[in-house]
Ligand binder design. Sequence first.
Ligand code: GDP
Ligand code: MG
Length: 167
Amino acid sequence: RCGYVAIVGRPNVGKSTLLNHILGQKLAITSRKPQTTRHNMLGIKTEDNVQAIYVDTPGLHKQNDKALNRYMNKTASAALKDVDVVVFVVDRTRWTEEDQLVLERLQYVQGPLLIAVNKADRLEDKTELLPHLEWLAQQLPNAEVVPISALHGQNLDTLERLVAERL
Ligand code: GDP
Ligand code: MG
């Protein structure tokens, strides 16, 4: 099985960290500062009979007049076309207007969708996820929800298995 996997989400949720951990190398630049990823980055993971081509996107920003922001939004949106699986990365500790923006775009996506609830390492009580999570799952009824920690590699095997099943 082989296909394209788009990693989308607002800036700073951990998309590039996720790609790097999956690939086991520092391909995409990660940073606490938003707008570190300006272009779509491709990373190919080949294993047994599965080849997943991950596309790390710049993240969708609130639209404004800045040319860079417009460019980055266009780039991130383009990645949503012609992909086999979309991984929507959210930060379990924070839901913002920009997450909302991404969600609105994703409601038009036809193919399989996974919601990766990242930074699972951040809160003490592992059962208490993002307060919006239940609501979020209702907004995207066909999506599967997976809690992960991109930084520590928690549950990425599950995420990768779910991706592979959908390629
Ligand atoms: P992107 O803008 O979505 O690509 O986000 P980055 O991958 O650049 O990460 C933004 C910040 O979040 C960086 O400081 C990362 O180290 C941090 N981060 C990413 N994943 C995790 C995680 O699972 N846990 C924690 N605690 N921090 C994370
Ligand atoms: Mg990035």
